[in-house]
Design a protein around this ligand. Structure first.
Ligand SMILES: [Zn+2]
Length: 586
């Protein structure tokens, strides 16, 4: 079994989808409002036995767990594979070829580091930076702090940085690629950060990846960042992670804030386990980075800002981290910066008073409600039950269900049933799925699928005839990925280059399969036809299993996808003959 198959076998699609989608049990399967299109009645189904999903609504598409993760997170197959591999503890082969873009990346770190040095020198000694220095003084930052964070000043010029960096040997293209220049309409370039206070951003290994920049007057936006580059991706970045990492490890605790200023003030006051997310929401990648340092995360939230969405996400982080996320509440309208500047002891106390995110949610949801009233009971239950149901750890889930029972006076077993009716009960993975006979058919690939793909790889001339072969005909996502990539590749070599190394073994095996190669012009269309028929049969049987009302969906104005229409028509015919038979025909 290949590593990919192993990942697939160790992954339960219900667990993965259930983490972000509220699934309701429907016979042997689960259904939900489709996460990929907006709808009011659920047409999204998950089939545990087949380990697949399908949206019978506007998307009319489906696939296996890889397809879901790809679509949901907008990532490539290789990334989805690595994500799920990490989840399941399967070690994938790493790239044996040297990373083609490694040098390029290295060069972008260097150009950004050179820019940071230049900006810092400007801040320290340039007459033009007087205002920036004043600003930092007013904020109470010492010169040691400015040096530690390598704060800088981007001169009020269209090309000061460009001139400096090209003089010391960087090309204009490198500056552009590094996000330091902006291209004008006429193709010329100018400095991106002008008259700004500069915050260099580093990754965990202290590479300079980009910048945050703040205006020195009242103009908006107050802050800008480097654009997305080969080395800078906001969603994976944590400000000051390189400086904070030792403390986070030592204290076994991270405090997560939102702003650069918050972090700097915290560090200057000795709270060196503080980092900032680059925006209001925290991403999975940031959580993954933090997890390597400590599993204890405290979110510093403004009492007003902590929303429901934040709660929902927190439970997801907890599931990913296998721990509790805690919330520390700042006095309404206060930044961490304000709190610490006013009195560092308050900050220390607030950190100590942090509460598990769900306890906080309980407080929020029940404020102002009267639990002698049925309507208020429903309200708080509606709000909290979905959160509780998302908790993976059964002991913690039970803890909060009990808490809800005590709070509302609703009997525990009533709540438990309500929860089970609404959502997937996510037992810890190891314990729950053992008894389920999970057929391997969805994992292992069918011979006809492999033969067809093998034929394509061995006979490039068939590419012209492959128009009718659709990616979704491949049930095995590895084969599907190889097929899709092959369509975009000129030859085998470039196919492999584009594919994740974890798939090379499969390509090699497909290429070396012995095939009948006579009458290719008949054989190939025949494979395609068989795959198409299998695909339609699969959809129909899923449709039957899910018992979905396709007529209703059709009335909602579905797109004219032919396959679905075919099912509609057939369904309509069945309905008609059923009515005719029962004599209620009008
Ligand atoms: Zn959909």
């Amino acid at each position: 079994m290949s590593e990919i198959d192993e990942v697939k076998q160790k992954t339960d699609i219900v667990d993965v989808i259930g983490q972000s989608v509220t699934l309701t049990k429907s016979g042997r399967n689960f259904r939900a409002l489709c996460p990929f299109h907006s709808e009011t009645a659920p047409s999204f189904y998950v089939f545990p036995e087949r380990q697949s999903w399908h949206c019978f609504g506007a998307c009319n598409t489906g696939g296996d767990v890889f397809t879901f993760v790809m679509k949901q997170q907008g990532i490539e197959f290789g990334e989805a594979l690595r994500l799920l591999a990490e989840r399941t503890g399967v070690i994938l082969p790493t790239r044996v070829v040297p990373d083609a873009r490694k040098d390029e990346r290295e060069r972008l770190y260097q150009v950004n580091a050179a820019a940071a040095t230049y900006f810092h020198e400007q801040l320290v000694s340039s007459p033009g930076a007087a205002r920036a220095r004043d600003y930092l003084l007013r904020r109470g930052f010492t010169s040691e702090t400015a040096a530690a964070f390598q704060l800088g000043y981007g001169p009020n010029s269209w090309e000061a940085l460009k001139q400096h960096l090209t003089e010391i040997g960087y090309s204009e293209k490198e500056l552009l690629d590094g996000g330091l220049l902006v291209e004008n309409d006429d193709g010329s370039t100018r400095d991106r950060f002008r008259n700004r206070l500069m915050f260099p951003i580093h990754d965990a290994r202290s590479h300079t990846t980009g910048f945050g920049a703040r205006v020195l007057d009242d103009s908006l936006p107050k802050y800008t960042n480097s654009p997305q580059t080969l080395v800078f991706d906001k969603s994976g970045t944590l400000y000051a992670i390189d400086l904070a990492a030792p403390s986070i490890r030592k204290q076994d605790r991270t405090v997560l804030v939102e702003g650069y200023m918050d972090v700097i003030t915290a560090h200057q006051n000795g709270f060196t386990n503080v980092v900032a997310s680059m925006g209001t929401s925290i991403t999975e990648r940031q959580v993954t980075t933090l997890k390597k340092l400590s599993r204890n995360i405290i979110l510093a939230l403004d009492a007003d800002a902590a929303g429901k969405e934040a709660m929902r996400r927190c439970v997801d982080y907890e599931n990913t981290l296998d721990t509790e996320v805690q919330v520390m509440l700042l006095p309404s309208g206060n930044d961490p910066d304000d709190v610490i500047q006013e009195n560092p002891t308050t900050w220390r106390d607030l950190v100590e008073q942090a509460v598990p995110v769900l306890d906080y949610a309980f407080g929020m949801a029940s404020t102002g409600l009267d639990f002698t009233r049925a309507s208020d009971k429903s309200r708080v239950t509606d709000e909290l039950l979905p959160l509780i149901a998302r908790i993976k750890d059964s002991i913690r889930r039970d803890h909060y269900l009990t808490k809800l029972a005590i709070l509302t006076g609703i009997r525990y077993n009533v709540l438990e049933t309500a929860m089970q009716d609404r959502v997937v009960k996510s037992e810890p993975r190891k314990a729950s799925r053992k008894s389920d006979a999970k057929p391997t058919t969805a994992i292992l690939s069918r011979p006809v699928e492999e033969q067809c793909l093998s034929l394509l790889l061995q006979h490039p001339e068939l590419k012209d005839y492959s128009e009718e072969l659709l990616p979704e005909y491949f049930q095995n996502s590895q084969n599907r990925e190889i097929f899709v990539t092959w369509k975009q590749s000129a030859d085998l070599e470039s196919l492999k280059e584009r594919l994740d190394p974890a798939m090379w073994e499969q390509v090699d095996s497909l290429v070396s399969q012995e095939l009948f190669t006579d009458k290719l012009e008949q054989r190939f269309p025949d494979y395609v036809r068989r795959l198409r028929e299998d695909y339609h049969r699969e959809i129909k049987s899923k449709e039957k299993e899910s018992n979905i009302d396709l007529t209703r969906l059709q009335e909602q104005g579905l797109d004219s996808n032919t396959q679905l229409l075919e099912i509609f028509n057939q369904k309509a015919r069945t309905n008609r003959s059923a009515r005719d038979g029962s004599g209620t025909n009008t």
